[in-house]
Design a protein around this ligand. Sequence first.
Ligand code: AMP
Length: 403
Amino acid sequence: MSTFSDFNFAGHKALVRVDFNVPLDDKFNITDDTRMSATIPTIKKILADGGSAILMSHFGRPKDGPTDKYSLKHLVKHLHELLNPDGGNITKVFFADDCIGEQASITASTLRAGEVLLLENLRFYKEEEKGDKDFAEKLSKLGDVYVNDAFGTAHRAHASTAVIAQFFAADKKMFGLLMESEVKSAEKVLHEAEKPFTAIIGGAKVSDKILIIENLLQRATDIIIGGGMAYTFLKARGGKIGGSLCEDDRLQTALDILEKAKQKNVSIHLPEDSIIADKFAADANTKNCPSDQIPDGWMGLDIGLKAIGIFSEVIRNSKTILWNGPMGVFEMEKFQGGTKAIALSVADATSKGAFSLVGGGDSVSAVNQFHLADKVSYVSTGGGAMLEYFEGKVLPGIAAIKE
Ligand code: AMP
């Protein structure tokens, strides 16, 4: 395995797996270009060295082969703008309307130093998600160096994310800058966490987060549980939770987790109080109430004031922080106080020297919404991949490069 920063791309055609799966509105305007802009430094380094970049990505979930809706051609203009921020045409961007085949291969082979080629959606071939070896080999012929910069799909053993790596020698496959920083931050938290290490886990369902909590029980000193999933734990402990979100088939799981935490000396913090509402709506009536005494007809939609105080204290005393999932229904203003307060505490702890990693779609949206993204140590772009990494799984996209 080579290191991207040390590799000189002069004269090379780098085949780069990017994650350009950005959201579009119904007029094909990009509504959030984070994933594209995050990989621009990788592309620029290749071009600056005197290499050329052939970009490949999936886009949406096309079911029946090529369709206009899922064509990556809609992204070409914006990619050109990102690579030519002063409005010129120094960096030329070409598009191949197939990711394999004659046109792709001719355009790739005639690509000159400093030029970029974007290939059409990989998922127009079902072979991509099946991890088909022949398809991966065809893709591999387009470049002489393989760079994986798509952390968001690192948990998939797809043709372009993992299988393809076997067609490149060890010194011709590497992580891109984005992937490298994602892997470094994740490894730092999972394997080199300075203690106290607090994991903040929120969101809607316990069932989605059982594996990550179980893995973190081996590593964290404190686990803060907020959001809808907290009520399954509170009910399991005998609390009255009214109409709050609850997975009744996970009550025993919740008790098992609490018991394991006790054995391992990990402190689990549940919200002592909640902001409760008389309906799931932005204009609901609300009040502060102990989380285990929620009356019928009311539901907990955010952590309460005492909980904010206790959680913040734990966070401020931490040296390593991992945050996945909001503390409440932060999409509605009345129920975003808890998530915002926790985001501020994470930022505060970071300013005092803690290492903080925020990952998972909703917690990332929350730190962005509260303009705190640059006040935490690292914001991960890979929701599912990050979750699986912290569940302790080997990510095929990482393994394929490291092997
Ligand atoms: P997840 O995708 O599992 O991380 O869950 C995120 C979603 O959980 C967000 O859309 C939140 O609105 C929702 N959520 C957080 N807290 C609650 C709660 N107390 N009751 C219902 N939904 C919640």
